[in-house]
Ligand binder design. Structure first.
Ligand SMILES: Nc1ncnc2c1ncn2[C@@H]1O[C@H](COP(=O)(O)OP(=O)(O)OP(=O)(O)O)[C@@H](O)[C@H]1O
Ligand SMILES: [Mg+2]
Length: 323
């Protein structure tokens, strides 16, 4: 059992804008030292939840504690111990790499030798040694994200909030960014002369990134609809089995199978295109295999290989969002 107090505890956190409820009674606990992923479609309430957690937005009701501090009214006390990479880009494009780091370091209260040391370390971590004089706007998206992450941790925060840190970044750069995150959570930091384990709270749309989180929460229309480790979510939340089909024409196969479902011949839950494959989800998928093969053959499509597979997080996410 982990006896450390949780890094973040949200209780019935709610935000209304006029009559519209953007975040509805959201509750979650983030353990110290974990990477916690917050997933949801556009407009589902991720940024609003982060802003309430950081004390930047007052909840309509509910409460949140960060590092054991109740955020309401105490945000100033908690802020030196957290880092935030906001969704809208936080670096100044007109400044050089070095000037951005100086700006953030000074804003976090770092001075003199300590500031210089931390900037040197940040440049190494971001892989930007020797590029301190480059204008930030000239860096590619992936390098800018790494620089923004390095800037957000100059003051060695205990919790790092990252709001879609890798959106619009290519897969190789995303991988490099995640390697940095793993490195961060596995390396204790010194803050206020004490050693701390780093915790990461990250929002993302990328399912491959979600697989890399220790635990996840799915949010939809402001409500948390699933929560747990990726393995737990896959085994507990997903009620159906997934049949993967490799037909000769996947796009056409989806259409044919959906028509069969419409007509009542194929009572399954999901029929989704996965690149050149098709995933069909139903509680007892084996009992539908014959109908699937026949429907495809009748439409002149070779059904190819049919195999029951473990659901991916994407299967689970799509199933959850449709319920
Ligand atoms: N200040 C505000 N006033 C009114 N409505 C708002 C305000 N801020 C957010 N909203 C609304 O609340 C909902 C949730 O927004 P939020 O930015 O939290 O979503 P999100 O999950 O972060 O989306 P995205 O993936 O696009 O970043 C949206 O419908 C948004 O339009
Ligand atoms: Mg957002």
């Amino acid at each position: 059992m982990d006896k450390r107090p949780p890094a973040i505890t949200a209780n019935q956190l709610t935000k209304r804008f006029g009559n519209f409820t953007a975040v509805n009674q959201v509750g979650f606990t983030v353990k110290t030292g974990e990477i916690f992923g917050f997933l949801g479609p556009n407009g589902s309430g991720k940024t609003t939840t982060i802003r309430m957690t950081l004390g930047l937005l007052k909840p309509s009701s509910g409460s949140v504690e960060v590092l054991g501090i109740r955020v309401d009214g105490n945000a100033a006390r908690m802020r030196p111990r957290i880092g935030y990479m906001s969704q809208r880009f936080s670096l100044y494009n007109d400044l050089t790499v070095m000037q951005n780091l100086h700006f953030y370091g000074a804003a976090y209260g770092l001075r003199n030798t300590l500031l210089e040391e931390r900037i040197e370390e940040a440049l190494v971590m971001a892989g930007l040694e020797g590029r301190g004089k480059n204008k930030t706007r000239d860096l590619s998206g992936g390098w800018r994200q790494r620089l923004a992450l390095s800037a957000a941790i100059l003051h060695r925060p205990e919790i790092l909030f990252l709001d879609e840190p890798t959106s619009g970044v290519d897969p190789i750069s995303r991988r490099a960014f995640w390697d940095l995150l793993y490195h961060l959570v596995s390396t204790p930091v010194m803050n206020a002369d004490k050693k701390h384990t780093v915790t990461v709270f990250v929002t993302t749309h990328y399912m491959d990134e979600a697989e890399h989180c220790h635990r996840l929460a799915f949010i939809q229309h402001g409500n948390i609809i699933a929560q747990g480790s990726p393995a737990q979510i896959k085994s507990e939340v997903m009620r159906g089995q997934v049949l993967e089909i490799a037909p000769s024409n996947a796009v056409q196969a989806v259409k044919v199978l959906r028509d069969a479902r419409e007509s009542g011949k194929l009572p399954v839950d999901e029929i989704e295109l996965y690149g050149s494959l098709v995933h069909v989800v139903a509680p007892e998928i084996k009992s539908h295999e014959k109908t699937i093969r026949e429907s495809l053959k009748n439409a002149g499509i070779d059904p190819g290989q049919l195999s029951i597979i473990d659901p991916s997080l994407e299967d689970v996410f799509i199933a959850c969002m449709k319920n």
